[in-house]
Design a protein around this ligand. Sequence first.
Ligand SMILES: [Zn+2]
Length: 436
Amino acid sequence: MTPGQSQKLHDAVRALMPVAEDIFTDVRAASQDDIGVTRPAWSIQDQAAADILSAAARDHGLSTRQDAIGNSYATLTAPNGAGRDEAAPGILTGSHLDSVARGGNFDGLAGAVAGVVALAAIRQAGLQPGCNLTAMGIRCEESVWFGIAYIGARLAVGNMDRAEFDALVRLDSGQGIAAHMLDLGIAADDIWRAGPPEISPANTKAFLELHIEQGPVLVEQNLPVGIATAIRGNLRFGDAICYGSYQHSAATPRRLRQDTVLAVSELLQRLEALWHEIEDGADPSAVFTVGKLFTDPVHHALTKVPGECHFSLNFGSTEQASQDRFGAAITALTAEIAARRRVRFVMGAPVGSSPTRLDPGLRAGLVQNAGRLGIPCTEFATVGHDASIFARAGIPAAVLLVRNNDGSHNPYEKMAMADFEQGVQVLAATMMELSA
Ligand SMILES: [Zn+2]
C-alpha cells in the first residue's frame, strides 16, 4: 500500500467503529442473559449473531453465505478476476460466535466483528486486494456446550469423523448435536457429503484471528494490542484422587498415618517448584494451576486424618519438552510420595493438547504493521483459539490480541472500542498487505 492508501484505510476503519459498536449492541441484545450473554453453539442466539453480522456485511458491499455446518462467511472479492474463482486461495479472518453461559459479549465475537469491519473498511477505502478476503463467524469454539472445543473449525477443515460427531451430546440439554443443528434448519447429513473440506491449505493462504486477551498481560503493560507467539498446549488431570486412611487425629502417631492432604500438599509444592524452575529457565510460557482441591465433606472432620483427597492438575506451555518434563515429574513424584507416605494416587487418564506454533511470517507482518501504524504492542503466548485448528490443518495462522479488563468467560470482561479499533487497524492493514 502507498502511504495514501494506508491513510485511507486507517480513516475507513475509524469511520466504521460506530458500525462495529452497533453490531456488538445488537448481538448482545439477542443473547442477553442476566448481566452476561449466553450464546450456546447452534442455538437461536448464535444464529442471531451470524445473521446480524451477515446483514451488516451485506450493507457494506460484502457477499455472504453459510456453509453446511452453519459457519458464516462474508467475502470481499478481489477485482479484476484475481479471486473470482471461489476456490482461489484467499485470506481468512474471524473467530467464534458462541459464548460460555453468562459470559462476556466480546470473547469470540470481537474477532468475528473485526473481520467484517476490516473488509468493509478495505472496500470503503477503495482498495483492491489481490485475492479474496473473507471474514468468518465460527460455530462452537467453547467446550462447555458439547464437552470438546473447536467443533465448528474442526468440521470446516475436515478434522472430525462422523463417529465422533454423532457421539456429541449437549451437556445441558442432553440432546445430540444433529438435533440442535436441525432446530436451525441445518441437516447434519449435508456435512458428510463427499467433497473437499470447506477450508484447506489449497484455498486458504492464511488465517488471522483477532481475539480479546483473556489474561491481564496487556492491562499490566498498558498496551492496546498483543501478537501471540504460540498457543499453549496443556497436560491435564481433571479428577485425581489420593487415597489413604481415615484415622483418629490424636491417637495416630505420624509413622502410622496415611494422610492424603499432606501427601497431596507435598506433591503440589514440588510441582510448583518445578514450574518455577521451568518458567525461570528456558520457558516463560509455562503455567500451572490446581483448580480443584478438596476432601470429602461427608467424611472429613477436624479430628480425623483425611483418608481421601481430590484434586486437579493443569499444566500449560508452548513447549512440548516442558509438558513432557512436567508429565514425567508427576509420574515420579506420585510414586515416591505414595511409597513414603503410604498413600495411593489414582490420577486417571491425562488429557491435553500439543502446543501450536503460529506462523513466524504472519507474526512478523502483524508486528510490522502495528509499528507502521504507531500502535504499541508486545508478543507473548496465548491460550487455545480457533486459530490452532487452522494451524494444525497446515494453514499459516496468527492471533492478534486486544486488551481486555477483568478477565474472560465472565460478564465483566471489558474491551474499550479504542483498543478494538487499534486491533482492526492492524488486522486490515495486514490482510491488505498479505493479499498483494
Ligand atoms: Zn474465545
